[in-house]
Design a protein around this ligand. Structure first.
Ligand code: R5P
Length: 299
């Protein structure tokens, strides 16, 4: 039995100081969520800038070994220091991402189509929430096909994942898919992002767009969406143009980029990721970021 004599220390309850943890949570629309959800969102969105650089390498879930992602085991580790959140399939994450990494995880949980199909809009929920928990996922990503043949099933998939997410406090990332026959108009993005947000997701991934009929369309999409929007990169652009798109997205109110091909298909992917990071977290303009990129690749 330990001798308890002499263990008494003076206690100070600081009764004159109000409770210290009363501030509002910084992620849009998340103030009323519980601690577990907020913790996951804080893993994704940097508490200082409020923004995130997500690196999307989930393309293999329907595209197979996409150009630039042939060797996930080589591509991901070199980019990891420059990004905040890894977005991939459980197959890619388990096999090719070192578990000792400190990055947030966006786990792709829907799938069901391949590049061999004309219509990619039919998916299922392919990953059980129990596996998302085992993988410490910070959010579960579901493709949604508003206006496409698979709209109903994709909303069903999204709802199942959101329900499971609330049960275990894991956020859901609703991804706006744009079908071949869908025009990238302000009207479409306003409709799709708002439907997905109202289903109950905690973050939305969509595309940046410029609609000549609605010059403030992107800003209005952001304003009307009660959760943070992160912008997908889309097809590979020249680096200068991709940085301009990233800058306009952040200026328009997006809280981050979830970029794939414009990073991993760049001949200087690490420098490109670092340039994106400067726009997202450090207030660089696209011109400043491009200068940084040029200096970095010629150093
Ligand atoms: C979306 O469906 C894909 O799964 C990718 O996550 C997404 O398209 C982002 O990658 P990228 O910047 O190459 O468009």
């Amino acid at each position: 039995m330990a001798d308890k004599d002499g263990l008494k220390v003076a206690k100070d309850y600081h009764t004159e100081i109000p409770f210290g943890n009363n501030s509002a949570f910084y992620v849009k629309g998340a103030n009323n969520l519980d601690w577990g959800m907020k913790k996951h969102l804080a893993n994704i969105f940097d508490p200082k800038s409020g923004n995130t650089v997500m690196f999307a390498f989930d393309h293999g879930y329907f595209m197979g070994s996409t150009a630039g992602l042939e060797r996930l085991d080589l591509v991901i580790p070199k980019l990891m220091p420059s990004i905040d959140c890894l977005m991939g399939t459980r197959g890619a994450l388990r096999t090719c991402v070192p578990p000792e990494n400190r990055k947030a995880i966006a786990l792709r949980v829907s799938s069901g189509s391949s590049m061999l199909n004309d219509d990619l809009s039919h998916e299922v929920v392919a990953v059980d929430v129990a596996d998302a928990i085992r993988m410490n996922a910070d959010c579960m990503a579901v493709q949604t096909f508003i206006g496409a043949d698979g709209q109903l099933s994709s909303i069903d998939n999204l709802s199942q994942v959101i329900n499971a997410g609330f049960k275990y406090s894991i956020p859901t990332l609703g991804v706006v898919a744009v079908g071949k026959e869908m025009a990238r108009t302000s009207r479409f993005f306003k409709l799709a992002t708002r439907i997905i947000a109202e289903m109950g997701v905690q973050l939305v991934k969509t595309y940046y767009f410029e609609d000549p009929d609605d010059p403030n369309g992107f800003e209005e999409v952001v304003a009307a969406c009660p959760v943070p929007i992160v912008v997908a990169g889309g097809k590979k652009l020249p680096e200068k143009d991709a940085l301009a798109m990233a800058y306009k997205s952040i200026q328009g109110g997006a809280r981050g980029l979830d970029m794939g091909r414009n990073i991993f298909q760049s001949p200087h992917s690490v420098e490109m990721a670092q340039a994106i990071r400067r726009i997202v977290h450090e207030g660089y303009t696209d011109k400043q970021a491009y200068e940084f990129y040029q200096d970095a690749i010629h150093a």
